[in-house]
Ligand binder design. Structure first.
Ligand code: SF4
Length: 439
C-alpha cells in the first residue's frame, strides 16, 4: 500500500474524471467511424468507437470489457497516454475544425466505473488452469500485461518485482498530475484479481537466480525496464542539490515525508518528456523559478510540444543551447548555480538531470543463456513475439528499447503472451481477450 504522506498527493489531477452526464455528452459527439483512424493510431488497437458507443448507450460494463480485451492496462493508458499524438491526434473531428474526442477521459470513465463496482476482473472470460507456469520479471506495464493475458488463458503466472510496490513506471515515474500511485495500484489489483501472483522485494540474480526461474517455469518474460539515470559526467554531479530526474520523481511519488524545502530556483537538464514532467512538477509544487536547460534548440527536443506548451503556461522557461560545464557551490557546499559551456550562469538550488537512462543492468541478464543485447544495449528480442535468443525467454517494454510508452509496453506484453501460448501448446480462441486489438 502506498504511504499517505507523499509529496505527489499535493499535486492535483489536471484532467479530473467526468461525471456520468459529461461522459454521455462527450460520447455522443463521436461519429463512430468505420475504419476509424483513432483505432489505427492506438498501439494496442482498442475498438475506440465501440467502447464510446457503449458509454453513450449506458453500457459501461460492455465498454470496459471492450477496452480491457485489447488493453488490460487501459486504465493507466487512459491516464498517461499522449493521446494528442495517438488516438485523439488522429480523430476525424480535427479535419472539420471541431475539438477532438476526449478518448482518454472516456476510457478512464468506463474503467474507473468497473473498478468502483469491483467487477473489472470478471468482465473477461477466463479459462481453467492448464498446468503451465510462467515467470514475469519486473512488475511494470509490459510484465503486468503479459501476466494478465496469460492468466486469462489458464497459465499460473508469478511476477517478481524488486521494489516494494508493483506497477513499474506507473508507480514510480508517471507525472502526478496524470496519475497518482493509488491509481496505478488499482490497476495492479485488477491483474492480481485475474489470478496473477505478485511477489515484491524479490530481485532476480540476488534473491532468486535465473536458473531457478527457468527450472520452475515453462517460460520467462523479462519486463525489466531501464536502469539508473544517465549522468552529465561533470565534476560535482554527485554532490548535494544534483539528482537524476527519474530518481527524484520516484522520491516525489513514493517517499514518505519527502519535501522540497525552500527551493527558489531549479534547473532541469534535458529535452525529453521526463525533463518536461520534472519541470512541471517543480513549478506546480510552487518553485518560483524553473528552467529547462537543453543542449540544442526547441525544434530538436524529443519531448512533446503540447507538454512544453503546458509547462510554459505554468511558468517554466526554456534555455536553448545550454550545455552544463560545472556547478557553482557556496563555502558550505550548497549548490548555487550551474555554469554553461558558453559562460552563461543559471542559478539553481536544485539541478535534475534528465538526459536518459541506462540500459538494463548486466546483473539482470546474466544467467539467462542466449539472451543478448542489441547494438544499443537493450535486450535483443523479436519485435513480433518478444522472443530472445533463449527460446524459453521473452522480453518487452523499455528494456528492449523498442517502445517508450506504457501503451507500447502493454502491446509488447500482449504479443509475448500470444507467442508464449503458442510455444506452450495453448490454443487461442478467436474471441480470447489476448487476440483482441492489433496483432
Ligand atoms: Fe470517434 Fe474520432 Fe474515433 Fe471517429 S476518429 S470514431 S469521431 S473518436
Amino acid at each position: 500500500m502506498a504511504h499517505a504522506d507523499r509529496l505527489e498527493r499535493t499535486l492535483p489531477d489536471l484532467k479530473p474524471p467526468y461525471t456520468p452526464g459529461q461522459a454521455a455528452a462527450e460520447a455522443n459527439r463521436c461519429l463512430y467511424c468505420h475504419d476509424a483512424p483513432c483505432v489505427a493510431a492506438c498501439p494496442t488497437g482498442i475498438d475506440i468507437p465501440g467502447f464510446i458507443r457503449k458509454i453513450a448507450t449506458d453500457n459501461l460494463k460492455g465498454s470496459a470489457r471492450t477496452i480491457l480485451s485489447a488493453n488490460l492496462l487501459g486504465y493507466s493508458c487512459a491516464r498517461v497516454c499522449p493521446v494528442e499524438v495517438l488516438c485523439a491526434g488522429a480523430c476525424v473531428h480535427q479535419h472539420q475544425g471541431h475539438e477532438t474526442i476526449a478518448i482518454g477521459r472516456l476510457q478512464r470513465h468506463a474503467i474507473e466505473a468497473a473498478f468502483d463496482r469491483g467487477d473489472a476482473a470478471t468482465l473477461l472470460r477466463r479459462r481453467p488452469a492448464n498446468g503451465k507456469k510462467v515467470a514475469c520479471v519486473g512488475a511494470g506495464p509490459a510484465s503486468l500485461a503479459c501476466a494478465g493475458y496469460l492468466a486469462l488463458e489458464g497459465v499460473a503466472v508469478t511476477v517478481f518485482e524488486k521494489r516494494a510496490l508493483p506497477g513499474g513506471l506507473n508507480t514510480t515515474g508517471v507525472a502526478p498530475y496524470k496519475m497518482h500511485v493509488e491509481g496505478a495500484l488499482r490497476e495492479v489489483e485488477l491483474v492480481r484479481d485475474l489470478g496473477v501472483t505478485i511477489r515484491t522485494g524479490v530481485e532476480i540474480g540476488r534473491t532468486v537466480t535465473p536458473a531457478q526461474l527457468l527450472a520452475e517455469h515453462d517460460a520467462v518474460f523479462l519486463g525489466v525496464g531501464l536502469g539508473a539515470d544517465a549522468k552529465l559526467g561533470i565534476a560535482g554531479e554527485d554532490g548535494p542539490g544534483v539528482s537524476g530526474a527519474t530518481a527524484w520523481i520516484e522520491r516525489l511519488k513514493n517517499e514518505p515525508g519527502f519535501a522540497l524545502g525552500d527551493l527558489l530556483c531549479a534547473v532541469v537538464v534535458g529535452g525529453g518528456n521526463t525533463a518536461i514532467d520534472a519541470a512541471r512538477e517543480l513549478a506546480n509544487l510552487g518553485v518560483p523559478d524553473v528552467t529547462i536547460a537543453y543542449r540544442r534548440t526547441e525544434a530538436d527536443m524529443s519531448g512533446y510540444a503540447h507538454e512544453l506548451a503546458h509547462a510554459r503556461e505554468e511558468g517554466v522557461r526554456l534555455v536553448e543551447r545550454a550545455v552544463p560545464q560545472s556547478f557553482v557551490r557556496g563555502a558550505d557546499g550548497t549548490l548555487a548555480a550551474v555554469l554553461l559551456a558558453d559562460g552563461r550562469r543559471l542559478d539553481a538550488d536544485l539541478v535534475l538531470v534528465a538526459i536518459g537512462q541506462a540500459k538494463p543492468d548486466a546483473s539482470v541478464l546474466a544467467g539467462f543463456d542466449g539472451v543478448a543485447r542489441d547494438p544499443k544495449g537493450g535486450i535483443a528480442a523479436d519485435p513480433e513475439t518478444g522472443r530472445t535468443g533463449n527460446p524459453r525467454v521473452y522480453a518487452g517494454g523499455d528494456g528492449t528499447g523498442v517502445g517508450e510508452l506504457v501503451v507500447t509496453a502493454v502491446q509488447d506484453g500482449k504479443r509475448a503472451a500470444r507467442a508464449i501460448c503458442a510455444q506452450l501448446g495453448i490454443e487461442l480462441a478467436p474471441d480470447a481477450p489476448v487476440m483482441a486489438g492489433h496483432r
